[in-house]
Design a binder for this molecule. Structure first.
Ligand SMILES: C[S@@+](CC[C@H](N)C(=O)[O-])C[C@H]1O[C@@H](n2cnc3c(N)ncnc32)[C@H](O)[C@@H]1O
Ligand code: SF4
Length: 453
């Protein structure tokens, strides 16, 4: 395993979309084309699966220095209402494109910190969204809560408007690590929010843990998972720390590269964490995720209905995902679009009745085939090109790369089919990269992606 880590630990995408954002063809993209793809996708989706909504709530009270998310640090809470009003207005701009009342199958509040907002304001947001939409009978509403500021009132208010899933950021319970990442995260706070969620009736509670953080040692990962097991969350996101200090607005400059566990040391943290989770009844779901067998995500993996989009893994296989809020990305299945990142610019554009896009990509036929393979690999650890419609003219060059992965025991290839081995699972991003033709044609000149392992 060690030499494989050395060989395959290269910068690579996390494949929450294909094509990945740096390879979007912005020259052929326009707001008009985007709206056409949204209308087309809405027609097909609304009557079958319903649609997904992602709402980005970017504010946080303090800066965790490891964080790669798009956020705005402020202690001023008068930013809440103007922002939420713009989000509801943006949703109106989208619903004006639809010829039917939208049915929301999936809604996720991400951030930033959704629980920066008051319970009343979050309720105001959801009621504003649902005023011009219906909630599917089997809808899945979820949000990200910060254990240090989520109150019982937040949990109750969101439960009352339909939320049944919540995830809490934990990261690591060791004090030295917490100081390095500027996030003091007492266990008691995590225990309280987890217990309150259960008492109120949430069906799935998830914890985010990270390995590879500055000053983090194997024993810290072991300790964090031991403590996590005491609370038995239904899901655990066990993320590899993504070191992307070149991204604007993140504070990953507060420590040196030498403070970060890397290569074999980091991989040992993952292997140990995975072993501990699996012996405690958690099943590995795609990349980074573990779930108890009773959780919907595990059931989706078993039935083959697991899907991956900008929100990560999901059990709702919707083809239209509208992203609202600053920096949000939308996926119409035929195209992607991202909103402007600056909060003031976002609010100005929306308040002038403009869908606040700043870049996007319309998928070609080739893109659609490659995306299918990448989704198969990320969600099922296997794919097949034996069916004509999933065959690519460049299959010979893709196979050349795949045969090398087969020689290293990462994949098994039989007549038009590929399966990632148990040993190969940590290298799923590398397998996806073999299919990623634009990346193979022209590796980015500047640093864009975190390391794959
Ligand atoms: C938006 S935050 C969670 C909600 C809330 N703001 C909090 O911190 O508790 C989403 C999650 O992304 C993960 N994350 C953020 N930056 C990361 C990075 N650089 N590498 C890996 N995971 C990261 C963390 O686990 C974090 O809990
Ligand atoms: S981890 Fe959460 S609270 Fe910390 S900066 Fe990132 S989004 Fe904000």
């Amino acid at each position: 395993m060690c030499s494989l880590v050395q060989k395959y630990n290269v910068p690579g995408p996390r494949y929450t979309s294909y094509p990945t954002v740096p390879f979007w063809d912005i020259s052929t993209f326009s707001g008009k084309k985007w709206e056409e793809t949204v209308k087309k996708s809405f027609h097909a989706s609304n009557s079958t699966t319903g649609i997904s909504l992602y709402i980005h709530l970017p504010f946080c009270e303090s800066m965790c220095t490891f964080c790669g998310c798009h956020k705005r640090i402020t202690k001023r809470h008068d930013v809440e209402l103007p922002y939420l009003k713009s989000v509801i207005k943006e949703w109106r701009l989208y619903t004006a494109l639809f010829d039917d009342r939208p049915i929301i199958k999936e809604l996720h509040l991400g951030g930033g910190t959704p629980t920066f907002f008051s319970p009343e304001n979050l309720k105001f947001l959801i009621e504003g969204i649902l005023r011009i939409a219906n909630k599917a009978t089997d809808a899945s509403f979820s949000f990200e809560g910060h254990p240090n500021n989520t109150t019982k009132e937040h949990l109750q208010a969101l439960y009352d408007v339909g939320f049944r899933r919540v995830s809490f950021g934990v990261q690591d319970y060791n004090e030295t690590v917490q100081k390095a990442i500027n996030r003091i995260q007492p266990f008691e706070n995590v225990r309280n929010v987890t217990q309150w969620s259960r008492e109120i009736g949430y069906e799935s509670v998830s914890h985010d843990i990270i390995f590879g953080l500055p000053h983090q040692k194997l024993e810290h990962v072991v300790h964090t998972i031991e403590r996590t097991k005491e609370l038995k969350p239904d899901r655990i996101a066990f993320y590899s720390y993504a070191h992307v200090p070149w991204l604007a607005g993140n504070g990953q400059r507060g420590y040196n590269d030498a403070d970060l566990p890397a290569g074999d040391e980091k991989r040992a943290q993952y292997e140990m964490g995975k072993k501990m989770l699996q012996t405690s009844g958690y099943q590995e779901i795609g990349m980074d995720h573990f779930a108890l067998e009773t959780d919907a995500l595990y059931q989706a993996m078993v039935t083959g209905s697991l899907h991956r989009n900008f929100m990560g893994y999901t059990s709702s296989n919707t083809h239209l995902m509208v992203g609202l809020g600053a920096s949000s990305i939308s996926d119409s299945w035929y195209g992607f679009a991202q909103n402007v990142k600056n909060v003031e610019e976002y609010q100005n554009l929306v308040n002038n009745n403009i869908i606040p896009l700043y870049r996007g990509h319309i998928l070609t036929e080739e893109d659609q085939i490659i995306r299918r393979h990448i989704l198969n690999l990320m969600c099922q650890f296997k794919t097949s090109w034996s069916a004509f419609k999933l065959h690519l003219p460049q299959m010979d060059s893709i196979l050349e790369r795949l045969y090398e992965l087969a020689e290293d025991g990462i994949v098994e290839i039989t007549e038009g089919n590929l399966k990632i081995t148990e040993k190969g699972r940590p290298f799923v991003r590398n397998v996806c990269m073999a299919f990623d033709l634009p990346l193979q044609k022209k590796a980015p000149e500047t640093k864009l992606f975190s390391m794959t392992v």
